[in-house]
Design a protein. Structure first.
Length: 578
């Protein structure tokens, strides 16, 4: 947690202000019992009403000043805490944006969301308490002891005898509760994961009539978190009654021994009253510390989880000396004996991949499910880094380029179309921030999206719901394709991006795409399952079990590649093949 508190540098003067205000608040509270003792010993005993009114009025001023100091300190503490939360969330988001897909796979999306929201909130809450209580508690405890000893040193032995019992009770209870708070955050991750899957997969859940199963799954995760929280809070709940019991017994002991000292003429009634208040202040300061023991363990566990993300070094980083491609080369792709394995996999996802793709050409990649098609194209924008071999863009190894420069060359359409909340135009403009309305309409035309866009109530200003829930799968794919087209990149990558399109739209889109590519001399890679999508490609790369089974045109592969022939015969009739 201390590592995160180093981020508080911009608020150092505000923190100093809070500490100063808490000091003034503590002094005002420590001064009040002494004034009350004077009222009793001088004003009441001597019957001096003027003195009572004078000191009483002064007490009101001191109390009012204490209230002002408290409110001001609370206000500044809130500003500091909210500022720290903003800084941490910003750092987490910026750092996570640099993660490769391997880091996302390792931590998990649900856990990253929990760490950015709930865990940061835990740290914020404990910071407010620390700025107030962890500063105030020692001041009140030390100041209370000094003032109590100044009133009666011998009676202070009662406090000295009680303090070890109080401290031992606090540590004993906290020792049992701390581990449970750490477990709670992990169980919260699990609950978040189940909830997220249930909400995003609601259509599948209902279509397979698995609502009851998902309810049970959520209830189990919810009950697991609840039971752990109950156990932790039950342990911590025992702290306050134990503190109050010790507090009350200490009051009895002080009054008992104080009464004896008053009877012996060694102490005045006002001093005893002040002594009791100082004793209460000392006890309450320790109770404040006990409250911190409820919050700090959970916040510490949250801080550890936040630091785990911030300390995670992305496996894919820019080279120290980045290179740029030559001006005369644009869109050339060359794979040289490339191999890649997912972490923990028994065998490589792809290996021995070697082929070229150039501008103005359409290179199609086809193969069975799990043959490594998507994995192969994911290496081009460096979503993953290859384990061996080399991948060149314009004769420069992709690992020697900056990620920003590399990805600026690419228009990527993922296998699962992703749309963002906003208008149709905003979703297309996502590919190019400063795209004109004309650019957007042209991209939509090529992507065969204009017809359904103009059919929507507000056309290009129609609002897309979260996750694109108000458009069909084929419409989502066409908008994703338009988003890549408006970018006008050097390299297009379509990762099985035509799968939701009907054959007529698919054919029209490929014809428009071919015309667009020839005019822009861009390089195109199309990953597809359907033979009809790849038949007209300039080059077809056939993958089988992660290896290249053949490279050539449709007619060449029909002669020389058995794997390709099997795919073709499984999809097309003899008339279509002929």
């Amino acid at each position: 947690m201390l590592k995160l508190f180093r981020l508080l540098k911009p608020y150092k003067w505000l923190i100093a202000g809070v500490l100063f205000l808490v000091l003034l608040q503590s002094l005002s509270e420590l001064y009040l019992p002494t004034l009350m003792a004077d009222i009793v010993d001088i004003g009441i005993v001597k019957g001096d009403n003027a003195y009572i009114l004078k000191i009483g009025g002064f007490m009101l001023l001191v109390a009012a000043a204490g209230v002002v100091f408290t409110i001001w300190a609370s206000h500044l503490s809130s500003i500091i805490s909210a500022g720290l939360g903003r800084i941490i969330r910003g750092k987490l988001f910026a750092h996570v944006e640099n993660f490769s897909l391997q880091e996302f796979d390792k931590v998990g999306t649900a856990s990253l969301i929990t760490r950015t929201t709930n865990d940061v909130t835990q740290v914020q809450q404990v910071l407010i308490m620390m700025l107030r209580m962890m500063v105030m508690a020692p001041m009140m405890c030390i100041g209370g002891i000094i003032m109590a000893v100044s009133k009666d040193a011998k009676l202070s032995l009662v406090i000295i005898a009680i303090l070890p019992i109080l401290v031992a009770t606090i540590f004993g209870i906290a020792w049992k509760g701390i581990p449970l708070f750490r477990v709670m955050q992990t169980k919260l991750d699990k609950l978040n994961l189940v909830l997220r899957e249930s909400l995003t997969g609601i259509r599948v859940i209902r279509s397979f009539n698995r609502v009851d199963y998902e309810k049970k799954r959520f209830d189990d995760a919810n009950a697991d978190l609840t039971n752990t929280a109950i156990r932790a809070n039950q342990i911590m709940a025992a702290m306050m009654p134990a503190m109050m019991l010790i507090l009350n017994f200490s009051s009895i002991a002080i009054i008992w021994f104080g009464g004896l000292r008053i009877e012996g003429g060694e102490m005045q009634v006002g001093d005893l009253m002040a002594f009791i208040q100082y004793a209460m202040q000392i006890m309450f300061s320790l109770i404040m510390v006990s409250m911190m023991f409820v919050m700090v363990p959970r916040a510490s566990a949250s801080a550890v989880r936040i630091n785990e993300v911030l300390d995670m070094v992305p496996e894919i980083r820019d080279a120290e000396q980045v290179k740029r491609s030559p001006e005369h080369k644009r869109g050339y792709i060359r794979f040289e004996n490339v191999a890649f394995s997912y972490p923990g996999a028994e065998s490589p996802a792809i290996e021995g991949i070697t082929f070229n793709a150039g501008p103005g050409e359409i290179t199609a990649i086809i193969g069975g499910t799990g043959s490594g098609k998507s994995t192969l194209v994911s290496l081009i924008p460096r979503f993953y880094d290859m384990n061996s071999g080399s991948l060149f863009i314009d004769d420069v190894d992709v690992r020697d380029m900056s990620q920003e420069y590399l990805r600026a060359k690419i228009g990527f359409v993922p296998q699962k179309a992703v749309l963002f909340t906003g208008t149709v135009a905003e979703n297309i403009r996502y590919g190019k921030e400063h795209a004109t309305d004309e650019d957007i309409r042209h991209a939509a035309n090529v992507a065969q999206a204009t017809e359904f866009i103009t059919g929507m109530q507000d056309g290009f200003d129609a609002v897309i719901a979260q996750g694109g829930k108000n458009v069909s799968g084929g419409q989502k794919q066409r908008l994703s394709i338009a988003r890549a087209l408006v970018r006008k990149p050097e390299i297009y990558i379509f990762d099985d991006s035509f799968s939701a399109l009907d054959f007529k739209t698919d054919s029209k889109l490929r014809a428009a795409l071919k015309e667009e590519i020839q005019s822009s001399t861009a390089t195109v890679l199309i990953v597809a399952q359907r033979v009809s999508t790849v038949m007209d490609a300039d080059r077809i790369v056939v993958l089988d079990d992660g290896k290249v089974a053949g490279i050539g045109t449709h007619s060449e592969l029909m002669k020389d590649c058995e794997v390709y022939r099997e795919i073709v015969y499984s999809q097309l009739s003899e008339e279509e093949i002929a």
